[in-house]
Design a protein around this ligand. Structure first.
Ligand SMILES: Nc1nc2c(ncn2[C@@H]2O[C@H](COP(=O)(O)OP(=O)(O)OP(=O)(O)O)[C@@H](O)[C@H]2O)c(=O)[nH]1
Length: 312
């Protein structure tokens, strides 16, 4: 699932990006001449390089040669399908193989289609167009299923899946993961004074401002429920989490959304931070622990953060 990327529905109107993988640059050149006017074409001359380009640039579609030295196209495709972040990028094999077993091998490796070499320009254009349309539709559906309709950030369902997956990844790598639970202060009073529509608008603005603070590709902002949000920061230690909490607090303060019933007369937030580390066994209780810290922030006067002690 390429679901780790931030939701960006405007991306669907951009020029699609196609990665062409072939150990013979002349073959890449031929495809470039056919597709270069309509798409952004990236190239890789080995399977290893192709995976790196995918992780860096997240192309929309891959055209892959089957026979390549060291790591052939079939093996490269299998490795791509085993990596969550790039597994959903469709792979079309470009193959000289004519036998049924050659075709079967392409399907088994996870291809969505294949084309015969030498490529027919018209067939190539139409296959690419058809698969890009399918990919865009699938991306859109997936985004909608995991998106919070009001705020445009991820929803609770997606957060649950993402957190479990990232805890497993961080555990494997012995790297820390930070979780911030964020609650808007006195939001009931905000709604009571200004009405629910204004409340909805404030929620949207706060959510978008929080998203703008989280810049790493694996950072996640989700609506946890009501006026509560979560931020998941894989591979981030407690110092990093504190830096981000301060950045989010400043960004929300700078929005200067008037709040008629808080001491500051502005919308503010309270943050609780908890860590998952080798020290605490990557406990799945991390959200509950962040919640406890968030309540400490509330008790301490709101518009701030609190982080648990005894973390390493
Ligand atoms: N406008 C709007 N309000 C919401 C939404 N979801 C939850 N709320 C409101 O958020 C408010 C949360 O209130 P409380 O849990 O009492 O907390 P609070 O007023 O923020 O007070 P503290 O958390 O103690 O600072 C309730 O009034 C909910 O109705 C929403 O989608 N839109």
């Amino acid at each position: 699932m390429s679901n780790l990327a931030p939701l960006d529905l405007t991306a669907f109107s951009d020029k699609a990006v196609i990665l062409v993988v072939d150990d013979q640059p002349i073959n890449i050149q031929i495809i470039y001449q056919i597709l270069g006017d309509d798409y952004k074409v990236l190239m890789a001359t080995s399977g290893e390089q192709a995976i790196k380009v995918c992780l860096d640039s997240m192309p929309d579609l891959i055209l892959m040669d089957v026979v390549m030295p060291i790591q052939d196209g079939l093996e490269t495709c299998r490795l791509m399908k085993a990596q969550d972040t790039i597994a959903d990028i469709p792979v079309i094999f470009v193959t000289a193989g004519q036998q049924q077993q050659d075709e079967d091998a392409c399907w088994q490796a996870g291809a969505v289609d294949f084309l015969q070499k030498p490529v027919n320009a018209n067939t190539l254009r139409n296959r690419v167009k058809a698969h890009l349309t399918l990919k865009k539709q699938a991306d859109l559906l997936r985004s909608l299923a995991f998106m919070d309709g009001l705020t445009g950030v991820y929803n609770r369902r997606y957060f649950d899946q993402f957190l479990n997956k990232q805890l497993a990844v961080c555990k494997r790598q012995s790297s820390p993961l930070a979780l911030l639970l964020i609650d808007i202060d006195h939001f009931k009073l905000y709604n009571d004074h200004l009405g629910h529509l204004a409340g909805d608008d404030a929620l949207r603005r706060v959510a978008q401002a929080m998203s703008s603070c989280c810049l790493r590709p694996n950072d996640l902002v989700a609506r946890y429920g009501g006026e509560e949000f979560v931020v998941v920061l894989p591979d981030t230690d407690s110092q990093g989490a504190v830096v981000l909490a301060q950045k989010i607090l400043t960004t929300i303060n700078e929005l200067k959304i008037p709040h008629p019933a808080t001491p500051l007369r502005l919308v503010s937030i309270s943050i609780g931070i908890a860590m998952a580390t080798p020290h605490n066994g990557y406990s799945v209780e991390i959200t509950a622990r962040a919640d406890q810290q968030m309540y400490i922030t509330k008790k301490n006067g709101r518009n701030g953060f609190s982080i648990e002690h005894n973390i390493s």
